[in-house]
Design a protein around this ligand. Structure first.
Ligand SMILES: [Zn+2]
Ligand SMILES: [Zn+2]
Length: 389
């Protein structure tokens, strides 16, 4: 495998931002990080002063580019995973929907089978599964199908996790429903329980956190709103330091000011940028399916006939661009919400999530508008909007 150097980049590491730095890539890993000009023998590529970040990790994505994880198609997953490189995503959690046990089972089996075969240099990695539902509240289904909502149980989670070969990393659940507490108690060490699609009160959320819940699914969407006498899920998310949160920063799912408030409250270590994208991402306007329901996509919005938002068509690089605008923060302070926080949460930070020696060479190079110039997947260079090399 090729050995080369990316030089003249603005390199964002865990410890500092190097204005003019270089990265040495060997055998698909980062083999060196340095300042100034590279003086060795290896082939060099000029990053032309662009931003060099760890590849994005999207922990909540149903699909895009015409594909959906619920289609249970290995070819579909491959097309999705390849296409995601164009938005800088190098790892993701394939995210399922509230559907029949049969359909969820098929999706889980297909994801696991795909994982064992995929070409890791040519496509983003599926680093696990996010089970969104069916253990949610029928009172906050959003675009999930209410027909298939069911109560959580130790038995059912064990069954899904066994089919998924242990790859379920996140479960979105409603902590207030029957069975939630015992299920959380049984699995919180192995699976990240994320509070979402829920009518839980502020107290119920904090109780779930004391029992091991760690995250809030798409903050501000499909949860109890903040009120000054009942702060709800979102008030608990802001104030409980043990909770991280994820947001869809597309300017539609939440007002820019609400995003700014969340970032101020949670800080850059407990805020995760997600897309929650569905299959219409990267596709023309029109009619699409999401978990067996028809979705109308126009412009940047995807909605059910009822008007409910039905996932997004957001790309990770666009979300980052929006977040920088909405918060007014510099990239230096924000970048980790796209990669390092997720890598730590998924326990893959020894391998991914930052530009450190020994980690996978999963890298994205962005221009000042967060357009993707190049994505490097375990050393293999893929070039997009603006060719650099
Ligand atoms: Zn959702
Ligand atoms: Zn979702």
């Amino acid at each position: 495998m090729a050995e080369y150097v990316i030089e003249n980049g603005r390199i964002y590491t865990e410890y500092e931002t190097i204005e003019k730095g270089y990265l040495i890539i060997k055998a698909g890993k980062i083999a060196g990080v340095g300042k100034g000009k590279y003086e060795g023998e290896l082939t060099t590529y000029d990053a032309q002063g662009h931003h060099v970040l760890p590849g994005f990790i999207d922990i909540h994505i149903h699909g895009g580019y015409g594909e959906d994880a619920m289609d249970a198609s290995e070819d579909g997953l491959q097309h999705l995973a390849k296409s995601l490189l164009s938005e800088g995503t190098t790892s993701f959690l394939a995210t399922t929907m509230t559907q029949s046990d049969d359909n969820i089972t098929k999706a889980l089996k297909t994801i696991v089978s795909y994982q064992s075969k995929h070409d890791k240099y040519q496509a983003a990695d599926i680093v696990g599964i996010h089970l969104e539902g069916p253990f949610i509240s029928e009172h906050k289904v959003g675009a999930q199908n209410p027909e298939f909502v069911q109560r959580p149980s130790i038995e059912k989670v064990r069954q899904f996790q066994s089919i998924a070969n242990g790859q379920i990393k996140v479960i979105t659940f409603a902590p207030e429903v029957t069975g939630a507490e015992e299920t959380l108690n049984a699995f919180h060490d192995k699976i990240k329980f994320s509070i979402g699609h829920t009518v839980a009160t502020y107290d119920e959320v904090n109780k779930a956190v004391s029992q091991g819940a760690k995250h809030v699914t798409h903050l501000y969407n499909a949860g109890t709103a903040f009120e000054h006498r009942e702060p709800g899920v979102f008030g608990a998310a802001w104030t409980n330091d043990a909770l991280s949160t994820e947001l869809i920063v597309d300017g539609i799912h939440s007002h820019p000011a609400a995003v700014k408030i969340a970032f101020k409250q949670k800080g850059n270590e407990q805020f995760f940028l997600i897309t929650d994208a569905m299959r219409a991402k990267g596709m023309p306007d029109g009619e699409y399916d999401l978990g067996g329901q028809n979705v109308h996509v126009q412009g940047a919005e995807a909605r059910l006939a009822s008007g409910a938002l039905a996932g997004s068509i957001l790309k990770m690089n666009e979300g980052l661009n929006n977040l920088l605008k909405y918060t007014g923060e510099p990239l230096e302070k924000v970048w980790r919400v796209t990669s390092l926080n997720q890598a730590i949460a998924l326990n893959i930070d020894h391998q991914k999530g930052s530009l450190s020696v020994g980690k996978d060479a999963d890298i994205v190079i962005l221009d000042d508008d967060q357009q993707v110039c190049a994505t490097i997947k375990e050393g293999e260079i893929h070039q997009f909007v603006k060719r650099l090399f």
